[in-house]
Design a protein. Structure first.
Length: 202
């Protein structure tokens, strides 16, 4: 059966709406039952596909959940909801590099925590660029059968005691919509997943 252009557009819009709706439902579940919400986030991540290696452009971001331990996770989520310091990422396309976007009011805190860090860049009237990363395709840490876009902060420009220990993984769950995991490698060598986040094209 031949499908008209209007029908195909409607189908694509429905799929797009479904992905956003599912993520909204997971957010609601997180507020009602944290354990089940985290399980739903992990399951949603597993349904994703690896984004293009040459991902390009500006993406708005938000943290979906923290896994820092009892108390710390809830505190981190409260701070993020009320302050929203991290605004997303910028990807370089053919250049496998990118930057994070932070609100200007985070600058004093960044200078306090990393006084020698100096890789800042202009972004918008409300945000600046910081903490560069490089990207590559590879297997997920939690599921080696799942290909992901790895976002690696282990670059000389970043603070060695903190940011360089972070590794993100990103999957695409719909056109322009991505779900990510953030890991940290502790000083004693153990890796721990510490957050889920989402990105959407702007």
């Amino acid at each position: 059966m031949k499908m008209g252009s209007n029908t195909m557009a409607t189908t694509a819009q429905a799929s797009h709406s479904a992905a956003h709706s599912e993520l909204a439902q997971v957010r609601q579940l997180m507020r009602q039952d944290r354990r089940r919400g985290l399980a739903a986030l992990r399951q949603l991540f597993e349904t994703g596909a690896a984004p293009p290696a040459a991902l390009r452009g500006r993406f708005a971001g938000q943290f979906e959940a923290f896994e820092l331990g009892p108390g710390l996770s809830q505190l981190g989520e409260f701070v993020d909801r009320t302050w929203h310091p991290w605004q997303g990422k910028i990807f370089g396309g053919a250049e496998p590099i990118g930057y994070n976007r932070l609100r200007h009011n985070t600058f004093p805190l960044v200078r306090l925590l990393a006084p020698t860090y100096n890789v800042f860049g202009a972004d918008t009237v409300a945000t600046y660029r910081a903490f560069p990363f490089r990207t590559s395709l590879g297997p997920s840490r939690d599921n080696p059968a799942l290909p992901v876009l790895k976002i690696d902060y282990n670059l000389p420009a970043n603070p060695g005691w903190s940011v360089r220990r972070i590794l993100d993984e990103l999957v695409q769950i719909d056109d322009g919509l991505f779900l990510g995991k953030a890991y940290v490698r502790w000083w004693w060598g153990r890796w721990q997943r510490w957050a889920f986040f989402s990105l959407h094209a702007t």
